[in-house]
Design a protein around this ligand. Structure first.
Ligand SMILES: Cc1cc2nc3c(=O)[nH]c(=O)nc-3n(C[C@H](O)[C@H](O)[C@H](O)COP(=O)(O)OP(=O)(O)OC[C@H]3O[C@@H](n4cnc5c(N)ncnc54)[C@H](O)[C@@H]3O)c2cc1C
Length: 322
């Protein structure tokens, strides 16, 4: 019988949302998951699965049963010919990436962090970094189209309240790994000093533009080149706890969005751009989603058919689906 824990507190990575599930389970097999679900059904409890807990909203929160997938983290099968890998849902990309590399494989979609699970990134549609590889990007930068064509993967960081943009081109290479990492610039200046100045700017908001320009000049103004394995290039150590929000806006639209910290624009696409901002999680309701996605009612109908008693709902999902 799978053992459950009481009194566990869950917080997402940014510590912006949390919950106290009634019971917390860490199953090690499909059979154990079945046991937890049977118990939940019997006791009329709701169930939420959590992976790396990196979602910047309360999407993974519940006051019912929480299933943490950390112990189901094996690679089950690798087919190098088909470039197909079967894994357990709870494997962290940080563990999967090196294992894929041993077989000469890599994920073509990589977000910025790797302490996230296979099921988490599939479930939340994690986006990537290029025209050929999926999602969408932006304006703010002149001649976006020509930038997009210059490399296979592309992203840029805009420093709000300034004209400064740091452009990142990424391509396949046979060059040996090289890195320009430096503790003083990356941590002492790029993290501790920047975080301190941003903290001061919460009292003196007028400083934000100055801080952004200063840090752009200090850390991003010069051309740098590095090469490494794809998962070491696309993902990076995200040092700042932050509120995160993704926006997709038409590519040729001027945003006029009031933001203060460097804003990542990953994954250029055809019609829209994606802006990764640092404010609150969304507060869209079913009505808003129906306007944005014409097939949303169909999706809701399928969801209701698969979960007729609402066992897999939580407060976040109720807001989205009802
Ligand atoms: C610093 C930072 C950087 C990020 N960068 C990017 C980026 O570049 N691109 C991008 O697209 N996203 C990015 N994200 C968002 C992140 O990739 C997604 O939120 C992703 O879902 C996190 O995966 P996770 O394993 O932590 O999922 P969780 O947050 O644990 O869960 C996400 C959802 O998946 C469900 N879920 C998890 N495991 C399972 C399972 N086994 N079965 C069923 N449902 C499951 C959960 O119930 C929840 O609804 C970033 C987040 C942070 C904090």
């Amino acid at each position: 019988m799978v053992h459950g824990y009481k009194g566990v507190t869950f917080q997402n990575w940014a510590k912006t949302y949390g919950c106290c599930p009634e019971m917390y389970y860490q199953p090690t097999s499909v059979e154990e998951i079945r046991e937890v679900l049977a118990l939940a059904r019997q006791q009329n409890k709701r169930v939420k699965v959590v992976g790396g807990g990196h979602s910047p909203s309360d999407i993974a929160c519940t006051d019912g049963f929480m299933i943490h997938m950390g112990k189901m983290n094996r690679v089950l099968q690798v087919d190098t010919e088909k470039k197909q890998v079967t894994v357990e849902a709870g494997i962290l990309l940080a563990d999967l990436n090196p294992q894929l590399d041993k077989h000469g494989l890599a994920l073509s979609n990589l977000g910025a962090v790797s302490d996230v699970t296979a099921a988490g990134v599939i479930g939340s549609g994690t986006h990537n970094t290029g025209l050929k590889h999926g999602i969408l990007s932006t304006q703010v930068l002149d001649n976006l189209d020509s930038h997009l064509k210059k490399s296979e993967y592309f992203r840029f960081l805009w420093f709000p309240h300034s004209e400064n943009v740091s452009v990142i081109y990424q391509d396949h290479t046979n060059k040996p790994p090289s890195s320009s990492a430096n503790w003083f610039w990356d941590y002492a200046v790029g993290f501790y000093l920047l975080e301190f100045l941003l903290w001061i700017s919460t009292f003196l908001p007028g400083l934000v533009g100055w801080i952004n320009c200063f840090f752009f000049w200090l850390l991003f103004a010069r051309k740098k080149e590095s090469s490494n394995l794809s998962y070491k290039i696309f993902t990076y150590e995200c040092r700042f706890k932050q509120h995160v929000q993704d926006w997709a806006i038409p590519r040729h639209m001027d945003t006029g969005v009031p933001v203060c910290s460097p804003t990542e624009m990953p994954a250029p696409g055809n019609e829209a751009c994606c802006i990764w901002l640092l404010p609150q999680a969304h507060n869209c309701t079913r009505k808003d989603f129906e306007k944005m996605y014409p097939a949303f009612p169909k999706f809701c109908a399928i969801r209701e058919k698969l979960d007729p008693t609402g066992m897999f709902l939580n407060a976040y999902l109720e807001k989205v689906f009802y």
